[in-house]
Design a binder for this molecule. Structure first.
Ligand code: ADP
Length: 259
């Protein structure tokens, strides 16, 4: 539970960092646009053009530094996919989520018995769940119910939602009884930095992160929503055979330990 809270704080830190970077980058773009428009107006004055070109170049260099910072950050945490028991994970997280969401929101967490393990990075998975829960809370200012439900799902040869390949998955449903999204919001919801929340409250990264987690885990994410009724986020994660994972670890040990 403590790890999950720490994770929640990390999510907030990521959000703040992203907000700061978006702000810095916006300043850079303002300088570039201001510079080019001045250059156009002073086209007859070579010394002004030289000066303004230097200014634009300087702004672009600042932009370069901003993106370098962002890239360094995104590479900072190495992901490690391990077999996860979603039944246990949901049971562990239920109380943390309930505490995070406050007394007006009921949290229901159910997993089908005997679920096979999925392969994903545990801390990233917890971050995604906390992001989704935070969104649900924001959509239910007067309270409501957040339901998390995990069950086995088989995707046939025709494939599934959002490019999901045929195979065995665990399907996790994260559903709220909140205000829902209109079609326009739903269409942009997973884009990085897309937010309908007031400045300082939303980063627009929660669903983008959830989506990239799903894709990176060879799974998929899909969202259904209805204004006034609620939102339903579906996450599919590929099943792994625990034995295979154990075998792999043993092989690594035989080969002189994991590198
Ligand atoms: P943020 O929550 O910081 O705005 P997200 O990427 O998590 O960023 O969400 C983007 C937008 O999608 C939100 O601003 C909101 O408009 C909408 N949204 C996300 N989750 C929900 C939800 N559970 N219910 C209603 N709207 C949602």
């Amino acid at each position: 539970a403590e790890a999950a809270l720490l994770q929640a704080q990390k999510v907030q830190a990521v959000g703040q960092l992203a907000g700061g970077i978006a702000h810095d980058f916006n300043n850079v773009l303002q300088a570039v646009l201001g510079g080019t428009s001045l250059i156009r107006r002073r086209a007859e004055d070579p010394s002004a053009i030289r000066r303004l070109t230097d200014m634009v170049e300087e702004a672009a260099r600042r932009g370069e530094a901003v993106t370098r910072r962002l890239l360094a950050f995104s590479r900072r945490e190495e992901l490690r996919a391990v077999p996860l028991d979603l039944g246990r994970l949901l049971a562990d997280l239920r109380d943390v989520l309930a505490a995070t969401l406050g007394g007006r929101i009921r949290v229901v967490a159910e997993a089908a018995p005997g679920l096979p393990p999925v392969l994903a990075d545990r801390s990233q998975f917890e971050t995604v769940l906390l992001n989704l829960a935070t969104n649900a809370r924001d959509a239910m200012p007067d309270g409501g119910t957040l339901t998390l439900r995990a069950a086995a799902a088989v995707i046939g040869p025709e494939g599934g939602a959002n490019g999901l390949a045929a195979g065995d998955y665990v399907h996790l449903l994260v559903e709220d009884t909140g205000e829902g999204m209109d079609q326009a919001t739903l269409a942009h919801a997973t884009e990085p930095f897309f937010t309908t929340k007031p400045l300082g409250q939303g980063t627009g990264l929660g669903l983008a992160m959830a989506n990239s987690f799903a894709q990176g885990s060879r799974g998929a994410l899909a969202i259904e929503s209805e204004v006034g009724r609620g939102t339903r986020v579906s996450l599919w994660l590929p099943v792994t055979r625990a034995e295979t994972a154990v075998e792999r670890v043993e092989m690594a040990a035989a080969a002189g330990g994991p590198s």
